[in-house]
Design a protein around this ligand. Structure first.
Ligand SMILES: [Zn+2]
Length: 254
């Protein structure tokens, strides 16, 4: 009888342990959704199709901030509850205070930044932005940080080109095929920092070779994705996967 009781107790204990472990695992599996701010303004785009990209991410809650008000996010503790910012604006005006806020949010707090497409041409007069993004698109002729003279950069619409994954082991390219086709706008004749980690390449003659990269800015992870002009990119499953992976990675989820 005593043995039977001990045995039953033991089984009960083991069962309880097992259910606790399962509950803990389940808790771990259900992650809090990531909160992001998407900055827009200064360049037109197909709103419905663009935001459908972010609606397709079940683990991401997004809010849009439009310029010129959008740059107020960099002030005070506005961004405290957010995990990452996605830049899809093409904007030139920013106050010294807003610049400081953006730099410290990234450098010191180590929050994430994903910069998409035309955001590479923002803040032409602010050298630090070139360091944040890791590149500069020249809206007018100028000098790169390493002293090279550049003409105005060029863009080409509706180009069908092949994108090749440069680092298949990086979390941002996870799940992407080794190469894929996309119809999108290409950029040519812009400056890329030699210190970025290249993620996607193309050999199309109307594009510069690197079309996505990752790098570190202070404590922050930054990803730039050149793709994303319009619906042909927004609706490309590989573009969506890339943007999703990038947000998760810069937010420290991978
Ligand atoms: Zn564009």
């Amino acid at each position: 009888m005593k043995n039977l009781l001990v045995g039953a107790l033991g089984t009960l204990l083991a069962f309880q342990l097992l259910t606790t472990t399962i509950a803990q695992r389940r808790e771990k599996a259900v992650e809090r959704p990531l909160r992001i701010v998407i900055v827009t303004g200064g360049h037109g785009f197909e709103r419905k199709d663009f935001f459908a990209v972010f609606d397709s991410f079940s683990d991401i809650q997004w809010e849009e901030r439009q310029q010129p008000q959008a740059n107020e996010i960099w002030l005070g503790d506005t961004l405290q509850k957010y995990d990452a910012v996605v830049l899809y604006d093409m904007w030139q005006q920013i106050t010294e205070e807003q610049k400081e806020g953006m730099v410290s949010w990234l450098k010191e707090k180590g929050k994430g930044l994903v910069a998409l497409h035309h955001s590479i041409a923002s803040y032409q007069q602010w050298g630090e932005y070139t360091r944040i993004i890791g590149a500069k698109y020249f809206l007018s002729p100028g000098k790169s940080p390493d002293g090279k003279q550049f003409d105005r950069s060029q863009y080409y619409h509706d180009i069908k080109f092949t994108v090749k994954v440069a680092d298949k082991n990086h979390p941002v390219t996870k799940g992407l095929p080794e190469q894929f086709e996309i119809v999108d706008e290409t950029y040519k004749g812009w400056w890329l920092s030699p210190n970025v980690h290249k993620l996607l390449l193309t050999d199309h003659e109307l594009s510069d070779p690197c079309v996505a990269w990752a790098h570190q800015y202070g404590k922050a992870r930054v990803v730039y994705i050149q793709l994303g002009h319009g619906p042909t990119a927004y609706n490309n499953p590989n573009f969506r996967k890339l943007v999703h992976n990038a947000i998760r990675w810069v937010a420290g989820r991978e």
